[in-house]
Design a protein around this ligand. Structure first.
Ligand code: ASP
Ligand code: MG
Length: 446
């Protein structure tokens, strides 16, 4: 029987009342479940905080604090869990002693909240009469590419491992957020449990993936920035991938990749308003449903910077972009996108990488490059919807809505993906621009 993979996030482990909600959900299914779980709310942040100031960490007090987070859910001792929490004690002591946290130690410690959650949840669910076993990625072999802090799952290498390990007709509780590479734990980047869930679903040929959150799926825009947002009921894989790549915080950016390969549908639920598994908030699947509005959602990210390489003929010199990209690649800098013109090559990167890039570009010797500029006070806005390139006039509507508000659009890219138009505005114009496009496509007057 094909299993169903479900995932509970940290926001589903905030306080006591969350446990009965989780129990209610798992009891709704009549198929074997693989339940992926994140660290309890705030625990990953606490772990990151601890390693970032390892020299001053009061280890005993810190571990007691982590244990008390879990204990507060059930108000009683769970000695097995206590032992699990304290498993990182020696590692913390060692790191404190040498006064630094090597990458492999960092990933091991920061992923520990998930290992605490999986044991905690297994014990809780069993006590409530729900049969299940805990399964750890280091034991069943969820293999990654080995990149610390931000690894990708090697689906090919993992698939056979998982098939051999997981028995059908057993419910499993699995910690999300990490996999292994040559005996080292590697985390999948912040919010990575979504991606764990879809990777496991891929390996086990799951029937579906159900993600439980404390928000109601995708929205037409971020409600914190724009008034009058609406829920988005359906997205296809490309749309969901583009939205999360360009800033929608609801899904980890790589979540869709594994399930797209096997056309496994993904459902998102708000656990606080959950009624039944037949009524998800957003469904992500293989369909080419073109919405009447064409645009289904607008996302943005402020974690963007542009490096502009300028030169009179730069757009025409062969191999230049390759040279820039491979230099950044060897230094481990991720290029988010590239927009070129006759006189400039614009490389989009994460703001976090700016200082490192400045060092790299100061060493770069390319005769055609006359100037290099960095822009960091910017925001990238992405309008996403299948069919936007095919339907006449969508781009015109986006840009006239923005220009009516006298916002200057600094750079545009359309066509790189079939479902996205993105552009850059200065940071201070971001909210006005979002509101303008949102009104253009989603205002009730239409
Ligand atoms: N606990 C991890 C984080 O906070 C992973 C996750 O929540 O998915 O990033
Ligand atoms: Mg989380």
């Amino acid at each position: 029987m094909k299993p169903i993979v479900i995932k509970f996030g940290g926001s589903n482990l905030k306080d006591k009342s969350d446990l009965s909600k989780i129990l209610n959900v798992v009891r709704m299914y009549d198929k074997p479940l693989v339940v992926v779980v994140s660290a309890a709310n705030g625990v990953t942040n606490k772990l990151i905080q601890a390693v970032s100031d390892i020299r001053n960490l009061e280890i005993e007090r810190f571990l007691a604090e982590i244990y008390s987070v879990y204990k507060s859910f059930i108000d009683e001792e769970d000695l097995e869990l206590k032992e699990r929490v304290y498993q990182i004690r020696e590692t913390l002591l060692g790191a404190k002693l040498i006064g630094r946290v090597p990458d492999f130690v960092y990933d091991q410690i920061v992923s520990h909240g998930e290992r605490c959650s999986s044991l905690f949840l297994k014990n809780y669910l069993r006590n409530c009469g729900f049969e299940c076993e805990e399964a750890l990625p280091e034991n069943f072999g969820l293999i990654t590419d080995g990149r610390f802090k931000n690894a990708s799952v090697d689906l090919h290498a993992s698939e056979e491992n998982l098939r051999k390990y997981f028995k059908s007709n057993t419910n499993y509780i699995v910690p999300g957020f990490y996999g292994v590479h040559e005996d080292h734990i590697t985390i999948l980047g912040r919010g990575g449990s979504d991606y764990s869930a879809t990777s496991i679903a891929y390996c086990l040929d799951a029937e579906r993936v159900d993600l439980y959150k404390d928000v109601s799926g995708f929205m037409t825009c971020d409600p914190k920035c724009v008034k009058g947002v609406k829920p988005v009921k359906r997205l296809n894989y490309d749309e969901a991938a583009e939205l999360s790549y360009f800033g929608a915080k609801i899904l980890h950016h790589a979540t869709v990749d594994p399930i797209r390969k096997k056309k496994i549908p993904l459902y998102i639920y708000n656990i606080n308003t959950f009624k039944s598994i037949d009524s998800p908030d957003t469904i992500i699947s293989f369909n080419d449903s073109i919405a009447e509005t064409i645009i289904k959602s607008i996302s943005f990210t402020d974690d963007i910077a542009v490096i502009q390489f300028k030169g009179t003929n730069i757009g025409r010199v062969p191999g230049l972009l390759g040279q820039i990209a491979s230099t950044f690649g060897t230094e481990g800098i991720n290029i988010k996108s590239v927009v070129t013109s006759q006189t400039s090559i614009n490389v989009l990167i994460s703001k976090q990488d700016v200082e490192r890039c400045k060092k790299i570009t100061s060493r770069l010797q390319i005769s055609e490059v006359e100037e290099i500029h960095y822009r960091t006070d910017i925001s990238l806005i992405a309008a996403v919807g299948d069919g936007l390139l095919k339907k006449h006039g969508i781009a015109a509507r986006i840009f006239s809505a923005v220009s009516r508000r006298e916002i200057n659009v600094e750079m545009i890219s359309a066509g790189a993906s079939e479902v996205t138009i993105y552009f850059i505005v200065s940071l201070q114009d971001r909210e006005k621009a979002l509101q303008a496009i949102h009104e253009e496509f989603f205002s009730d007057k239409l």
